[in-house]
Design a protein around this ligand. Structure first.
Ligand code: NAD
Length: 496
Protein backbone atom coordinates (compact mmCIF):
# COMPACT_ATOMS: atom_id res chain seq x y z
CA UNK A 1 0.00 0.00 0.00
CA UNK A 2 1.62 3.26 -1.13
CA UNK A 3 1.01 6.76 0.12
CA UNK A 4 0.61 9.31 -2.66
CA UNK A 5 1.94 12.65 -1.47
CA UNK A 6 2.12 16.25 -2.64
CA UNK A 7 5.10 17.77 -4.49
CA UNK A 8 6.34 20.99 -2.98
CA UNK A 9 9.62 22.93 -3.31
CA UNK A 10 11.01 20.32 -5.66
CA UNK A 11 10.38 17.25 -3.48
CA UNK A 12 7.67 14.97 -2.15
CA UNK A 13 5.78 16.45 0.79
CA UNK A 14 3.54 14.44 3.10
CA UNK A 15 1.46 17.45 4.17
CA UNK A 16 0.16 18.31 7.60
CA UNK A 17 -3.45 17.19 7.09
CA UNK A 18 -4.37 13.73 8.33
CA UNK A 19 -7.05 13.27 5.66
CA UNK A 20 -6.56 10.66 2.93
CA UNK A 21 -8.65 8.97 0.24
CA UNK A 22 -8.29 5.45 -1.17
CA UNK A 23 -7.02 4.95 -4.72
CA UNK A 24 -8.21 1.78 -6.48
CA UNK A 25 -7.17 -0.28 -9.48
CA UNK A 26 -10.48 -0.44 -11.39
CA UNK A 27 -9.52 -3.70 -13.11
CA UNK A 28 -9.06 -5.56 -9.83
CA UNK A 29 -11.14 -3.54 -7.41
CA UNK A 30 -8.15 -3.52 -5.03
CA UNK A 31 -7.19 -0.45 -3.04
CA UNK A 32 -3.61 0.23 -4.14
CA UNK A 33 -2.82 3.42 -2.26
CA UNK A 34 -3.95 6.27 -0.10
CA UNK A 35 -3.71 9.77 -1.47
CA UNK A 36 -3.09 12.69 0.86
CA UNK A 37 -5.88 15.28 0.93
CA UNK A 38 -4.56 18.78 1.54
CA UNK A 39 -6.03 20.96 4.24
CA UNK A 40 -6.07 24.75 4.08
CA UNK A 41 -2.58 24.97 5.64
CA UNK A 42 -1.09 22.62 3.01
CA UNK A 43 -2.82 24.58 0.24
CA UNK A 44 -1.42 27.86 1.54
CA UNK A 45 2.05 26.27 1.73
CA UNK A 46 1.72 25.25 -1.94
CA UNK A 47 0.63 28.74 -3.01
CA UNK A 48 3.42 30.36 -0.95
CA UNK A 49 6.02 28.08 -2.55
CA UNK A 50 4.74 28.95 -6.04
CA UNK A 51 4.75 32.66 -5.14
CA UNK A 52 8.31 32.47 -3.85
CA UNK A 53 9.53 30.78 -7.02
CA UNK A 54 7.75 33.22 -9.35
CA UNK A 55 10.11 36.26 -9.52
CA UNK A 56 13.19 34.24 -10.47
CA UNK A 57 11.26 32.11 -12.97
CA UNK A 58 9.68 35.18 -14.59
CA UNK A 59 13.17 36.63 -15.01
CA UNK A 60 14.68 33.40 -16.38
CA UNK A 61 15.62 33.94 -20.02
CA UNK A 62 13.49 32.47 -22.77
CA UNK A 63 16.53 30.55 -23.96
CA UNK A 64 16.88 28.81 -20.61
CA UNK A 65 13.14 28.19 -20.25
CA UNK A 66 13.02 26.66 -23.71
CA UNK A 67 15.99 24.41 -22.97
CA UNK A 68 14.16 23.02 -19.92
CA UNK A 69 10.99 22.49 -21.97
CA UNK A 70 12.90 20.61 -24.66
CA UNK A 71 14.52 18.41 -22.01
CA UNK A 72 11.11 17.70 -20.45
CA UNK A 73 9.78 16.84 -23.92
CA UNK A 74 12.63 14.39 -24.56
CA UNK A 75 12.24 12.66 -21.19
CA UNK A 76 8.46 12.38 -21.59
CA UNK A 77 8.79 11.00 -25.09
CA UNK A 78 11.31 8.37 -23.95
CA UNK A 79 9.22 7.26 -20.97
CA UNK A 80 5.68 7.66 -22.23
CA UNK A 81 4.90 3.99 -21.64
CA UNK A 82 5.96 4.21 -17.99
CA UNK A 83 3.47 7.05 -17.48
CA UNK A 84 0.80 5.20 -19.47
CA UNK A 85 1.12 2.17 -17.14
CA UNK A 86 0.50 4.39 -14.12
CA UNK A 87 -2.61 5.80 -15.82
CA UNK A 88 -3.97 2.34 -16.64
CA UNK A 89 -3.38 1.17 -13.06
CA UNK A 90 -5.49 3.94 -11.52
CA UNK A 91 -7.90 4.99 -14.29
CA UNK A 92 -8.48 1.61 -15.96
CA UNK A 93 -8.23 2.70 -19.61
CA UNK A 94 -6.38 0.22 -21.82
CA UNK A 95 -2.65 0.72 -22.25
CA UNK A 96 -2.77 1.76 -25.92
CA UNK A 97 -5.33 4.42 -25.04
CA UNK A 98 -3.19 5.66 -22.14
CA UNK A 99 -0.22 5.94 -24.51
CA UNK A 100 -2.46 7.96 -26.85
CA UNK A 101 -3.36 10.27 -23.97
CA UNK A 102 0.30 10.91 -23.17
CA UNK A 103 1.03 11.57 -26.86
CA UNK A 104 -1.69 14.23 -27.08
CA UNK A 105 -0.29 15.92 -23.97
CA UNK A 106 3.19 15.77 -25.46
CA UNK A 107 1.93 17.78 -28.44
CA UNK A 108 1.19 20.70 -26.14
CA UNK A 109 4.69 20.50 -24.68
CA UNK A 110 6.01 20.66 -28.25
CA UNK A 111 3.81 23.68 -28.97
CA UNK A 112 5.07 25.38 -25.79
CA UNK A 113 8.68 24.87 -26.96
CA UNK A 114 7.91 27.66 -29.44
CA UNK A 115 7.35 30.12 -26.59
CA UNK A 116 9.91 32.71 -27.76
CA UNK A 117 7.88 33.14 -30.92
CA UNK A 118 4.49 32.88 -29.15
CA UNK A 119 5.36 35.68 -26.73
CA UNK A 120 6.43 38.12 -29.41
CA UNK A 121 4.82 41.50 -29.03
CA UNK A 122 4.30 44.32 -31.52
CA UNK A 123 6.35 47.46 -32.17
CA UNK A 124 5.26 50.65 -33.90
CA UNK A 125 7.91 53.21 -34.74
CA UNK A 126 7.07 56.92 -34.88
CA UNK A 127 3.43 56.53 -33.80
CA UNK A 128 3.60 60.20 -33.00
CA UNK A 129 6.62 62.28 -33.94
CA UNK A 130 9.60 60.44 -32.42
CA UNK A 131 7.26 58.44 -30.20
CA UNK A 132 7.40 54.63 -30.40
CA UNK A 133 4.97 52.09 -28.92
CA UNK A 134 5.52 48.44 -28.19
CA UNK A 135 3.54 45.70 -26.49
CA UNK A 136 4.80 42.79 -24.40
CA UNK A 137 3.19 39.71 -22.87
CA UNK A 138 4.08 39.10 -19.23
CA UNK A 139 3.23 36.16 -16.95
CA UNK A 140 0.52 36.41 -14.28
CA UNK A 141 2.16 34.78 -11.26
CA UNK A 142 1.11 31.54 -9.52
CA UNK A 143 -1.72 29.85 -11.43
CA UNK A 144 -3.83 26.82 -10.42
CA UNK A 145 -4.84 23.87 -12.58
CA UNK A 146 -7.67 21.64 -11.30
CA UNK A 147 -8.14 18.50 -13.36
CA UNK A 148 -10.61 15.60 -13.74
CA UNK A 149 -10.04 11.86 -13.40
CA UNK A 150 -10.53 10.93 -17.03
CA UNK A 151 -7.24 12.29 -18.44
CA UNK A 152 -4.84 12.44 -15.48
CA UNK A 153 -1.87 13.33 -17.72
CA UNK A 154 -3.28 14.97 -20.85
CA UNK A 155 -5.63 17.50 -19.26
CA UNK A 156 -2.96 18.95 -16.93
CA UNK A 157 -0.72 19.06 -20.00
CA UNK A 158 -3.29 21.15 -21.88
CA UNK A 159 -2.29 23.93 -19.49
CA UNK A 160 0.98 23.60 -17.60
CA UNK A 161 3.46 23.55 -20.51
CA UNK A 162 2.25 26.93 -21.73
CA UNK A 163 1.76 28.36 -18.24
CA UNK A 164 5.33 27.45 -17.27
CA UNK A 165 6.82 28.43 -20.63
CA UNK A 166 5.22 31.86 -20.33
CA UNK A 167 6.91 32.41 -16.97
CA UNK A 168 4.15 31.53 -14.49
CA UNK A 169 4.45 29.09 -11.61
CA UNK A 170 1.86 26.30 -11.35
CA UNK A 171 -0.06 24.54 -8.60
CA UNK A 172 -1.70 21.42 -10.05
CA UNK A 173 -4.61 19.91 -8.08
CA UNK A 174 -5.26 16.56 -9.82
CA UNK A 175 -8.26 14.30 -9.38
CA UNK A 176 -8.06 12.31 -6.16
CA UNK A 177 -9.16 9.19 -8.09
CA UNK A 178 -5.93 8.82 -10.12
CA UNK A 179 -3.29 11.10 -8.55
CA UNK A 180 -0.05 9.25 -9.34
CA UNK A 181 0.46 10.57 -12.90
CA UNK A 182 0.82 14.13 -11.60
CA UNK A 183 3.57 13.16 -9.14
CA UNK A 184 5.37 11.29 -11.89
CA UNK A 185 5.23 14.43 -14.06
CA UNK A 186 6.60 16.52 -11.17
CA UNK A 187 9.59 14.19 -10.85
CA UNK A 188 10.16 14.48 -14.58
CA UNK A 189 10.19 18.28 -14.39
CA UNK A 190 12.79 18.06 -11.60
CA UNK A 191 14.90 15.81 -13.82
CA UNK A 192 14.56 18.36 -16.62
CA UNK A 193 16.02 20.89 -14.14
CA UNK A 194 12.94 23.03 -13.68
CA UNK A 195 13.69 25.12 -10.58
CA UNK A 196 11.98 24.01 -7.36
CA UNK A 197 8.63 25.71 -6.73
CA UNK A 198 7.76 26.33 -10.40
CA UNK A 199 5.65 23.15 -10.57
CA UNK A 200 3.78 22.07 -7.44
CA UNK A 201 1.34 19.17 -7.05
CA UNK A 202 -1.31 19.56 -4.41
CA UNK A 203 -3.37 16.42 -3.80
CA UNK A 204 -6.82 17.10 -2.46
CA UNK A 205 -10.52 17.64 -2.84
CA UNK A 206 -13.00 20.51 -2.35
CA UNK A 207 -11.05 21.87 0.64
CA UNK A 208 -7.97 22.48 -1.50
CA UNK A 209 -10.03 23.74 -4.47
CA UNK A 210 -11.88 26.31 -2.39
CA UNK A 211 -8.66 27.73 -0.95
CA UNK A 212 -7.12 27.92 -4.45
CA UNK A 213 -10.21 29.81 -5.62
CA UNK A 214 -10.29 32.25 -2.72
CA UNK A 215 -6.61 32.86 -2.00
CA UNK A 216 -5.41 36.13 -3.56
CA UNK A 217 -1.99 34.54 -4.19
CA UNK A 218 -3.48 32.53 -7.09
CA UNK A 219 -3.84 34.73 -10.17
CA UNK A 220 -5.67 32.42 -12.59
CA UNK A 221 -7.48 29.08 -12.55
CA UNK A 222 -7.76 26.51 -15.32
CA UNK A 223 -10.41 23.94 -14.42
CA UNK A 224 -11.70 20.85 -16.24
CA UNK A 225 -14.47 18.63 -14.84
CA UNK A 226 -18.21 18.22 -14.68
CA UNK A 227 -20.55 21.12 -15.51
CA UNK A 228 -21.91 21.81 -12.00
CA UNK A 229 -18.38 22.05 -10.56
CA UNK A 230 -17.11 24.04 -13.56
CA UNK A 231 -19.89 26.59 -13.05
CA UNK A 232 -19.13 26.77 -9.32
CA UNK A 233 -15.39 27.19 -9.89
CA UNK A 234 -15.99 29.90 -12.48
CA UNK A 235 -18.36 31.85 -10.23
CA UNK A 236 -16.27 31.57 -7.07
CA UNK A 237 -12.94 32.22 -8.81
CA UNK A 238 -14.15 35.26 -10.76
CA UNK A 239 -15.87 36.62 -7.63
CA UNK A 240 -12.41 36.56 -6.05
CA UNK A 241 -11.12 38.63 -8.98
CA UNK A 242 -9.29 35.87 -10.82
CA UNK A 243 -9.06 34.97 -14.46
CA UNK A 244 -10.89 31.60 -14.81
CA UNK A 245 -11.40 29.14 -17.65
CA UNK A 246 -13.66 26.26 -16.58
CA UNK A 247 -14.32 23.44 -19.02
CA UNK A 248 -17.38 21.33 -18.18
CA UNK A 249 -19.26 18.24 -19.25
CA UNK A 250 -20.61 17.17 -22.61
CA UNK A 251 -23.23 15.31 -24.58
CA UNK A 252 -21.73 14.87 -28.02
CA UNK A 253 -23.99 14.10 -30.96
CA UNK A 254 -22.88 12.35 -34.13
CA UNK A 255 -25.30 13.09 -36.97
CA UNK A 256 -25.39 10.53 -39.77
CA UNK A 257 -27.08 11.63 -43.00
CA UNK A 258 -28.60 8.97 -45.28
CA UNK A 259 -25.92 9.51 -47.95
CA UNK A 260 -23.03 8.80 -45.53
CA UNK A 261 -20.75 5.82 -45.88
CA UNK A 262 -22.53 3.72 -43.22
CA UNK A 263 -19.57 1.42 -42.62
CA UNK A 264 -17.31 4.39 -41.93
CA UNK A 265 -19.98 5.94 -39.70
CA UNK A 266 -20.50 2.70 -37.77
CA UNK A 267 -16.75 2.28 -37.19
CA UNK A 268 -16.58 5.89 -35.98
CA UNK A 269 -19.59 5.58 -33.66
CA UNK A 270 -18.13 2.48 -32.01
CA UNK A 271 -14.60 3.90 -31.67
CA UNK A 272 -15.79 7.25 -30.33
CA UNK A 273 -18.60 5.82 -28.21
CA UNK A 274 -16.76 3.01 -26.46
CA UNK A 275 -13.09 4.11 -26.50
CA UNK A 276 -11.93 4.65 -22.90
CA UNK A 277 -15.29 3.09 -21.88
CA UNK A 278 -17.02 6.33 -22.89
CA UNK A 279 -15.18 8.26 -20.17
CA UNK A 280 -14.02 11.00 -22.54
CA UNK A 281 -15.44 14.51 -22.72
CA UNK A 282 -15.30 14.13 -26.51
CA UNK A 283 -16.93 10.66 -26.55
CA UNK A 284 -19.91 10.28 -28.84
CA UNK A 285 -22.89 9.51 -26.62
CA UNK A 286 -25.74 10.16 -29.07
CA UNK A 287 -25.99 8.93 -32.66
CA UNK A 288 -28.59 10.95 -34.56
CA UNK A 289 -29.75 8.73 -37.41
CA UNK A 290 -31.35 10.83 -40.15
CA UNK A 291 -33.93 9.35 -42.51
CA UNK A 292 -34.33 5.85 -43.85
CA UNK A 293 -30.89 4.38 -43.19
CA UNK A 294 -31.35 4.17 -39.39
CA UNK A 295 -32.07 0.40 -39.26
CA UNK A 296 -29.01 -0.41 -41.38
CA UNK A 297 -26.82 1.95 -39.33
CA UNK A 298 -27.93 0.53 -35.96
CA UNK A 299 -27.33 -2.99 -37.28
CA UNK A 300 -23.79 -2.16 -38.35
CA UNK A 301 -22.99 -0.41 -35.04
CA UNK A 302 -24.35 -3.35 -33.01
CA UNK A 303 -22.43 -5.89 -35.09
CA UNK A 304 -19.14 -4.06 -34.45
CA UNK A 305 -19.81 -3.24 -30.78
CA UNK A 306 -20.56 -6.93 -30.16
CA UNK A 307 -16.95 -7.82 -31.00
CA UNK A 308 -15.38 -5.49 -28.41
CA UNK A 309 -13.32 -7.29 -25.77
CA UNK A 310 -13.82 -5.76 -22.34
CA UNK A 311 -11.08 -6.49 -19.84
CA UNK A 312 -7.96 -5.56 -17.92
CA UNK A 313 -6.20 -2.77 -19.80
CA UNK A 314 -2.80 -4.43 -19.39
CA UNK A 315 -3.91 -7.61 -21.18
CA UNK A 316 -4.71 -6.30 -24.66
CA UNK A 317 -8.46 -5.75 -24.20
CA UNK A 318 -10.23 -3.13 -26.35
CA UNK A 319 -12.07 -1.50 -23.47
CA UNK A 320 -11.27 -1.33 -19.77
CA UNK A 321 -13.41 -0.99 -16.63
CA UNK A 322 -15.08 2.15 -15.32
CA UNK A 323 -13.18 4.25 -12.82
CA UNK A 324 -15.00 3.31 -9.60
CA UNK A 325 -17.66 0.84 -8.54
CA UNK A 326 -20.02 3.69 -7.70
CA UNK A 327 -19.64 5.14 -11.19
CA UNK A 328 -20.11 1.71 -12.79
CA UNK A 329 -23.34 1.23 -10.85
CA UNK A 330 -24.56 4.72 -11.71
CA UNK A 331 -24.05 4.06 -15.44
CA UNK A 332 -25.80 0.67 -15.16
CA UNK A 333 -28.67 2.53 -13.48
CA UNK A 334 -29.03 4.75 -16.55
CA UNK A 335 -29.33 1.68 -18.79
CA UNK A 336 -32.15 0.36 -16.59
CA UNK A 337 -33.85 3.77 -16.62
CA UNK A 338 -33.65 3.96 -20.42
CA UNK A 339 -35.08 0.48 -20.76
CA UNK A 340 -38.02 1.19 -18.47
CA UNK A 341 -38.68 4.50 -20.23
CA UNK A 342 -39.18 2.59 -23.50
CA UNK A 343 -35.79 2.61 -25.26
CA UNK A 344 -34.87 -0.61 -27.10
CA UNK A 345 -31.80 -2.30 -25.61
CA UNK A 346 -29.96 -3.47 -28.73
CA UNK A 347 -26.81 -4.49 -26.85
CA UNK A 348 -26.66 -4.84 -23.06
CA UNK A 349 -23.29 -4.49 -21.32
CA UNK A 350 -24.57 -5.25 -17.83
CA UNK A 351 -23.79 -8.96 -17.97
CA UNK A 352 -20.44 -8.64 -19.73
CA UNK A 353 -17.86 -11.39 -19.23
CA UNK A 354 -14.69 -9.40 -18.83
CA UNK A 355 -11.13 -10.65 -19.19
CA UNK A 356 -10.14 -9.64 -15.68
CA UNK A 357 -10.72 -10.07 -11.97
CA UNK A 358 -14.31 -10.63 -10.87
CA UNK A 359 -14.04 -7.61 -8.55
CA UNK A 360 -13.25 -5.20 -11.45
CA UNK A 361 -15.70 -2.41 -12.28
CA UNK A 362 -16.93 -3.94 -15.54
CA UNK A 363 -19.65 -2.78 -17.86
CA UNK A 364 -19.70 -3.81 -21.51
CA UNK A 365 -20.72 -1.74 -24.56
CA UNK A 366 -24.42 -0.89 -24.52
CA UNK A 367 -26.62 0.43 -27.34
CA UNK A 368 -30.05 1.92 -26.76
CA UNK A 369 -32.22 2.61 -29.83
CA UNK A 370 -35.40 4.71 -30.17
CA UNK A 371 -34.22 7.01 -27.39
CA UNK A 372 -36.49 10.02 -26.77
CA UNK A 373 -35.18 13.41 -25.75
CA UNK A 374 -37.01 13.40 -22.40
CA UNK A 375 -35.34 10.17 -21.20
CA UNK A 376 -32.55 10.56 -18.62
CA UNK A 377 -30.18 8.61 -20.91
CA UNK A 378 -30.54 11.53 -23.32
CA UNK A 379 -30.73 14.50 -20.96
CA UNK A 380 -27.82 13.54 -18.66
CA UNK A 381 -24.11 13.13 -19.25
CA UNK A 382 -23.67 9.41 -18.51
CA UNK A 383 -19.88 9.16 -18.99
CA UNK A 384 -19.86 5.44 -19.69
CA UNK A 385 -20.03 2.92 -22.56
CA UNK A 386 -23.64 3.68 -23.49
CA UNK A 387 -24.55 4.82 -26.99
CA UNK A 388 -28.05 6.23 -27.47
CA UNK A 389 -29.62 6.35 -30.93
CA UNK A 390 -32.15 9.10 -31.63
CA UNK A 391 -33.98 8.84 -34.97
CA UNK A 392 -35.01 12.03 -36.80
CA UNK A 393 -36.55 12.75 -40.20
CA UNK A 394 -34.35 15.43 -41.70
CA UNK A 395 -31.12 17.42 -41.54
CA UNK A 396 -33.04 20.35 -40.05
CA UNK A 397 -34.44 18.15 -37.27
CA UNK A 398 -30.94 16.89 -36.50
CA UNK A 399 -29.47 20.39 -36.38
CA UNK A 400 -32.29 21.62 -34.14
CA UNK A 401 -31.67 18.70 -31.77
CA UNK A 402 -27.95 19.42 -31.46
CA UNK A 403 -28.50 23.15 -31.03
CA UNK A 404 -31.21 22.68 -28.39
CA UNK A 405 -28.85 20.66 -26.20
CA UNK A 406 -27.46 22.62 -23.25
CA UNK A 407 -23.97 21.21 -23.86
CA UNK A 408 -21.82 22.26 -26.80
CA UNK A 409 -18.46 20.50 -26.52
CA UNK A 410 -18.03 18.39 -29.66
CA UNK A 411 -20.16 17.12 -32.52
CA UNK A 412 -19.69 15.30 -35.81
CA UNK A 413 -21.50 15.01 -39.12
CA UNK A 414 -21.12 12.00 -41.36
CA UNK A 415 -22.03 12.67 -44.98
CA UNK A 416 -20.67 12.71 -48.53
CA UNK A 417 -22.53 15.93 -49.29
CA UNK A 418 -20.16 18.92 -49.19
CA UNK A 419 -23.04 21.41 -49.10
CA UNK A 420 -24.60 19.75 -46.07
CA UNK A 421 -21.21 19.62 -44.37
CA UNK A 422 -20.64 23.33 -44.97
CA UNK A 423 -24.08 24.22 -43.65
CA UNK A 424 -23.49 22.09 -40.57
CA UNK A 425 -20.16 23.55 -39.52
CA UNK A 426 -21.56 27.03 -40.14
CA UNK A 427 -24.85 26.55 -38.29
CA UNK A 428 -24.09 24.23 -35.41
CA UNK A 429 -23.70 25.79 -31.94
CA UNK A 430 -20.85 23.63 -30.70
CA UNK A 431 -17.21 24.50 -30.05
CA UNK A 432 -15.50 21.60 -31.85
CA UNK A 433 -16.91 20.11 -35.05
CA UNK A 434 -15.86 17.04 -37.03
CA UNK A 435 -16.86 16.29 -40.60
CA UNK A 436 -16.47 12.53 -41.04
CA UNK A 437 -14.22 12.76 -37.95
CA UNK A 438 -15.90 11.55 -34.76
CA UNK A 439 -13.62 13.00 -32.04
CA UNK A 440 -12.52 16.36 -33.41
CA UNK A 441 -9.93 17.21 -30.73
CA UNK A 442 -7.97 20.11 -32.22
CA UNK A 443 -4.19 19.95 -32.47
CA UNK A 444 -2.21 21.81 -29.80
CA UNK A 445 -1.72 24.88 -32.02
CA UNK A 446 -5.50 25.35 -32.21
CA UNK A 447 -7.52 25.85 -29.04
CA UNK A 448 -9.68 23.19 -27.35
CA UNK A 449 -13.01 24.14 -25.84
CA UNK A 450 -16.76 23.85 -26.03
CA UNK A 451 -19.65 26.30 -26.00
CA UNK A 452 -22.67 26.73 -23.73
CA UNK A 453 -22.58 24.57 -20.56
CA UNK A 454 -19.36 22.91 -21.72
CA UNK A 455 -17.18 25.94 -20.96
CA UNK A 456 -17.42 28.90 -18.61
CA UNK A 457 -15.14 31.83 -19.39
CA UNK A 458 -13.85 33.13 -22.68
CA UNK A 459 -10.57 31.30 -23.17
CA UNK A 460 -10.26 27.80 -24.58
CA UNK A 461 -7.29 25.54 -23.75
CA UNK A 462 -3.88 25.67 -25.50
CA UNK A 463 -3.22 27.24 -28.92
CA UNK A 464 -3.53 31.03 -29.17
CA UNK A 465 -6.13 31.16 -26.38
CA UNK A 466 -3.73 29.36 -24.03
CA UNK A 467 -0.98 31.90 -24.66
CA UNK A 468 -3.42 34.76 -24.06
CA UNK A 469 -4.85 33.16 -20.91
CA UNK A 470 -1.48 32.73 -19.21
CA UNK A 471 -0.15 36.21 -20.03
CA UNK A 472 -1.25 39.80 -19.74
CA UNK A 473 -0.28 42.45 -22.21
CA UNK A 474 1.40 45.73 -21.49
CA UNK A 475 1.67 48.59 -23.98
CA UNK A 476 4.69 50.85 -23.55
CA UNK A 477 4.94 54.30 -25.13
CA UNK A 478 8.46 55.77 -25.35
CA UNK A 479 9.99 59.08 -26.36
CA UNK A 480 13.69 59.74 -26.47
CA UNK A 481 14.33 63.31 -27.46
CA UNK A 482 16.53 66.21 -26.76
CA UNK A 483 15.54 68.41 -23.78
CA UNK A 484 14.64 71.41 -25.96
CA UNK A 485 11.41 69.55 -26.90
CA UNK A 486 10.13 69.76 -23.34
CA UNK A 487 7.64 72.29 -22.03
CA UNK A 488 4.30 72.33 -20.29
CA UNK A 489 1.14 71.06 -22.01
CA UNK A 490 -1.79 70.02 -19.81
CA UNK A 491 -3.93 68.81 -22.73
CA UNK A 492 -4.75 65.13 -23.27
CA UNK A 493 -1.91 63.47 -25.21
CA UNK A 494 -2.57 63.74 -28.96
CA UNK A 495 -0.61 62.44 -31.86
CA UNK A 496 1.45 64.90 -33.81
P1 NAD B 1 -15.48 16.42 -11.25
O1 NAD B 1 -16.18 17.68 -11.60
O2 NAD B 1 -16.09 15.49 -10.27
O3 NAD B 1 -14.02 16.75 -10.67
C1 NAD B 1 -13.13 17.62 -11.34
C2 NAD B 1 -12.20 18.26 -10.31
O4 NAD B 1 -12.97 19.04 -9.40
C3 NAD B 1 -11.43 17.26 -9.47
O5 NAD B 1 -10.11 17.73 -9.31
C4 NAD B 1 -12.18 17.23 -8.15
O6 NAD B 1 -11.35 16.96 -7.06
C5 NAD B 1 -12.74 18.64 -8.06
N1 NAD B 1 -14.04 18.70 -7.36
C6 NAD B 1 -15.00 17.74 -7.32
N2 NAD B 1 -16.06 18.15 -6.60
C7 NAD B 1 -15.76 19.40 -6.16
C8 NAD B 1 -16.47 20.35 -5.37
N3 NAD B 1 -17.68 20.10 -4.89
N4 NAD B 1 -15.88 21.53 -5.12
C9 NAD B 1 -14.65 21.81 -5.62
N5 NAD B 1 -13.94 20.93 -6.37
C10 NAD B 1 -14.48 19.75 -6.65
O7 NAD B 1 -15.19 15.67 -12.65
P2 NAD B 1 -14.61 14.21 -12.87
O8 NAD B 1 -15.66 13.20 -12.53
O9 NAD B 1 -13.27 14.06 -12.27
O10 NAD B 1 -14.38 14.23 -14.45
C11 NAD B 1 -15.37 13.91 -15.38
C12 NAD B 1 -16.07 15.14 -15.90
O11 NAD B 1 -15.13 16.03 -16.50
C13 NAD B 1 -17.10 14.86 -16.99
O12 NAD B 1 -18.21 15.67 -16.78
C14 NAD B 1 -16.38 15.26 -18.28
O13 NAD B 1 -17.21 15.62 -19.35
C15 NAD B 1 -15.59 16.42 -17.80
N6 NAD B 1 -14.47 16.69 -18.70
C16 NAD B 1 -14.57 17.77 -19.53
C17 NAD B 1 -13.56 18.04 -20.41
C18 NAD B 1 -13.66 19.22 -21.35
O14 NAD B 1 -12.70 19.49 -22.03
N7 NAD B 1 -14.77 19.93 -21.43
C19 NAD B 1 -12.42 17.23 -20.45
C20 NAD B 1 -12.34 16.14 -19.57
C21 NAD B 1 -13.38 15.88 -18.69
Amino acid sequence: MQTIAHWLDGKAFAGTSEATAPVTNPATGAVTGQVALAGVADTRAAIDSAAKAFPAWRDTSLTRRTQILFRFRELLNERREELARLITAEHGKVLSDAIGEVSRGLEVVEFACGIPYLLQGGYTENASTKVDIFSVRQPLGPVAIISPFNFPAMVPMWFFPLAIAAGNTVVLKPSEKDPSASLWLARLWAEAELPAGVFTVLQGDKVAVDELLDNPGVKAVSFVGSTPIARYVYQRGTAAGKRVQALGGAKNHMVVLPDADLDLAADAAVNAGFGSAGERCMAISVVVAVGGSADALVGKIAERAGTIRTGDGTRGADMGPLVTRAHRDRVAGYIAAGESAGATVVLDGRGVEADGAAEGFWLGPTILDHVATDMSVYTDEIFGPVLSVVRVGSYDDALALVNANPYGNGTALFTNDGGAARRFHNEVEVGMVGINVPIPVPMSYYSFGGWKNSLFGDAHAHGADGVRFFTRTKAVTTRWLDPSHGGLNLGFPQNK
